[in-house]
Design a protein around this ligand. Structure first.
Ligand code: NAP
Length: 261
């Protein structure tokens, strides 16, 4: 299927590693131009080099989010460099384990600020340009917004708010032909996930227990599978899909608990 993404320009936050990296590389495969906005210096330089050596185009902007001014500047730099902006992927986030019991009001506030505010900032500054291109927004949320996890209030609240904003923005922006959707991963092996699983005493056993609970093929979702769904939602091939939460999770969230094959 031709996704008609050749030379289209997309900003991906946290695009140097994990799920974001998967999305960036999938965009490049489709001939699109990703702009990586995130704080991972070495990984950002590496991915930029890899894309350019392969004949692709991209831009790498180093930034700690949230920072409204940086989002504004990144959008402007993108448009100055490539002439247009066709979409954004809000993806950068950290499951920082700020619990109700274990956390504090200050830590909760910090977690929500870190995980949520830049989703709004980037969409806000991208909007005038997305109106011109009838662009698309994809918010990467998390199953924790739906299932809870325990011990991670700030992250869960942010992920839930991202789903609410997806529908809210889809309604507000329908008049401009701008579509807004969310992709909801559950268990994806990324640098962040690897750090988390390695924090367990017996990480191999913990991982086996987790994958055993994933109905489809008893395995983790790959970053490439999240990326394929995201890039489809960015493309005009999903031209009548908006306000949706797409669960790319091997059935983790919705399957009947009786399913155990
Ligand atoms: P990852 O491996 O940590 O990659 C995320 C990238 O974003 C990293 O380069 C990270 O930099 C960067 N980043 C994070 N917060 C940032 C900030 N405030 N400012 C600038 N850059 C920032 O994470 P991932 O697992 O791919 O997760 C990506 C998204 O998927 C997140 O929104 C997460 O909530 C969601 N998600 C993931 C899973 C999963 O199983 N992996 C499940 C559900 C949802 P550093 O490396 O320096 O931190």
């Amino acid at each position: 299927m031709d996704l008609h993404l050749k030379n289209k320009v997309f900003i991906v936050t946290g695009g140097a590693k994990g799920i974001g990296e998967g999305i960036v590389l999938e965009l490049v495969k489709e001939g699109a131009i990703p702009v990586i906005l995130g704080r991972s210096k070495e990984a950002g330089i590496d991915i930029e080099k890899k894309i350019k050596e392969g004949g692709g185009k991209c831009l790498n902007i180093m930034a700690e989010l949230p920072n409204p001014e940086i989002c504004k500047e990144a959008v402007q730099k993108t448009v100055d460099t490539f002439g247009a902006l066709h979409g954004i992927v809000n993806n950068a986030g950290v499951n920082d384990g700020v619990g109700l019991d274990s956390g504090s009001p200050e830590a909760f506030k910090k977690s929500v600020i870190t995980n949520l505010l830049h989703y709004y900032d980037l969409a806000h500054y991208a909007l005038p340009h997305l109106k011109k291109t009838k662009g698309s927004i994809v918010n990467i949320s998390s199953k924790t917004a739906i299932t809870g996890q325990g011990g991670t209030s700030g992250y869960a609240a942010s992920k839930g708010a991202q789903l609410a904003l997806t529908r809210e923005w889809a309604v507000e922006l329908a008049q401009y032909g701008i579509r807004v959707n969310a992709v909801v991963p559950a268990e994806v092996m990324t640098p962040q996930y690897e750090r988390w699983i390695n924090s367990f005493d017996d990480s191999e056993r913990s991982l086996a227990q987790i994958t055993d609970r994933i109905p489809l093929e008893k395995r983790m979702t790959t970053s490439e599978e999240i990326a394929a769904a995201t890039v489809f939602l960015l493309s005009s091939r999903s031209s009548h899909t908006t306000g949706q939460w797409l669960f790319v999770d091997g059935g983790y969230v919705h399957f009947d608990r009786a399913y155990n094959r």
